[in-house]
Ligand binder design. Sequence first.
Ligand code: ATP
Length: 301
Amino acid sequence: MILRAKAHAKVNLHLEVLHRREDGYHEVETILQSVGLHDTLHLRRLRSGIKVRCDHPGVPLDRTNLCWRAARALRAHTGVRKGVQIDIHKRIPVAAGLGGGSADAAACLLALPRLWDVQVEPEELHALAARLGADVPFFLRGGTQLARGVGEVLTPLSASGGGWYLIITPRIELSTAWVYEHLRMGLTHAPPKVNLANYKSLLARFPERPWPGFNRLGDVVLPAFPALHRLLLQLQDSGARLAMLSGSGPSLFAVYLALEETEKAKESVDVGEAFTWIGRSTNFGVEIDCERERSPDPGDQ
Ligand code: ATP
């Protein structure tokens, strides 16, 4: 059996950093939105071992790969002895603020119990996901969710009103750790600011009506990369209902009411060598189907 999983990227419709905890992690308040952009994973059962292949040179294939770690965590948790071959067709830009690695990990956590024929309860999956990375629990369900804590305390929100998304990922290298290190936090702990009732009604009317979300990490990233800042200003000027940095960047996204407008905006801004994608939001984090039965490869079971 081969399972195919689509692992969807996310953008942050809002991201506030509340304070730095004693363990060094930052408490955040963020609204995450799944989008149609996705990696495609194929998972095939092996007699033993966890093997990862990927068509993107920037993705590690060893034990640091989040899919490998997800498979190992599930094996340890369930006691299953079977193996898996995981093939990742990478379309989500790597280290770009779109959560690609976390999405792949969530896809493995959801697909592997089916492949290995073992039952894992949703709360157990959530706990395993949170150990792999702060964003991973979000991707188990996806859609539109408010995340608090370091990202693992989730409140599902009803879907936003739609619109067309333009994602632009310039070729800029920056790490999430660097961005948080350079964030100037106030001395006092800021209280959570998202008024859920208010945000829910604003989200339902977005993008027809304005949306007040912002990304605090832009305070670090935009002054450090003036070309990225200029691109964001161009997007904000291109008729977008919202244009923001996603996560710790360098991806930018903009939301428009109509497809034609989105395409026109993409042509009008100077994207240079950047990766670009146009599509819609989605209510799924991961979509899994059984692709086809094939005669077994050597080592297959
Ligand atoms: P986030 O928005 O959660 O900060 P990101 O978009 O910045 O995520 P990822 O694409 O998830 O970043 O990759 C971060 C790092 O994780 C990469 O530099 C890569 O070395 C490592 N990594 C491990 N497994 C994967 C994977 N399956 N796909 C992509 N990157 C992976």
